[in-house]
Structure formats: structure tokens, C-alpha cells
Design a binder for this molecule. Sequence first.
Ligand SMILES: [Zn+2]
Length: 188
Amino acid sequence: MRHNGRASADHDRRRFLRLGAGVVATGAFALLGGSPARSAVPRRALAFHNLHTGESLDVTYWADSRPIPDALAEVDHILRDFRTGEIHPIDLRLLNLLHRVQHALDTTEPFQIISGYRSPATNRKLANGSSGVARRSLHMQGMAIDVRVPGRSLKALHRAAVAQKSGGVGMYPKSDFVHMDTGRVRYW
Ligand SMILES: [Zn+2]
């Protein structure tokens, strides 16, 4: 009786261990968000200098595999329509694009902001005065930014942005900036 009982218990324990290992592995996988490498993703930071308002921002906007709402609010603020004061959420994909470009350029210099969010009124005014401003600009959706980077040429900035293959990239040598957006992939 006793012997049989132990054999049966051992058998059950082995089954449990086998099942258990599977459950633990699945659980850990789920905790890590489906990919063990995810937990090792470092923080993402961005530095900006707004040339119109003189404001600077150096902020970690992503940590522990998720965006940081307070940091995003600060980014939205520095990228607001400085003409009207209107704030619009900036597309997180645009921030990730900037972050990758910053990394590719191997610089910690801030992005100098020429233009971030544009209200429809501001965009209309600019479009009336310049053929280079699109009437249905992605700036009006918080999906575009015009920048330059101290110590890096426009060409280098343009090349780094194009290499990301994640949206539109345009060079404006006369105005000394590169436009990046998270719309269709296209270059000019
Ligand atoms: Zn632009």
C-alpha cells in the first residue's frame, strides 16, 4: 500500500513538475510582454531647444516598456503652436523616430525646433505666405516636426532620418532645417 502510494505520488510530482515548468515559462513570457528582450529595452530620452520661445527640455519619455505621460505633456508643451499657444498631442511615433535619429547621429545635442504643432489657423497663414507649406500639413496633427541639430549637417540629419524608413523626410536648405513626419514614407 505504502509503496504503491509513494510511486503514485512520485509519478504525480513528475507530472506536476513538467506541467509547472510550462506554466512558469509561459507566465514569465507574459510578464515580460511577450519577449524576454523587452525588459532590457533602455529608457528613451530626448532633448529639445525651441528657437522661438527659448525653452529647453531634456526628458525621459519612455521607461519600463511604456511611455511616461508627464514627460509626453512636457514634450507637447514645448512643441506647441507658439503663435497661438495651442497644444496638441505629439505622435509618439514621431518621438521614437527622433530618438532613433539622435542615436544614429551619435549626439546628445538638442533638436532645435523650427516648427512642431501648427494650429489650422497658423498653418493657413503660413501656407498663404509660402509655397513650401502644405495646406493639409501633418504639422496640424502633431505628426511632423522641422528641426536642425547643432554640430550635424542638414545632409547628415536628412540621411539619418531617411535611413529609419518610417515616414516623410524633406530637406529645406534655404531655411536650414529638415522636416520629418510619421505619414507615408517619402523623401524630398
Ligand atoms: Zn515641416
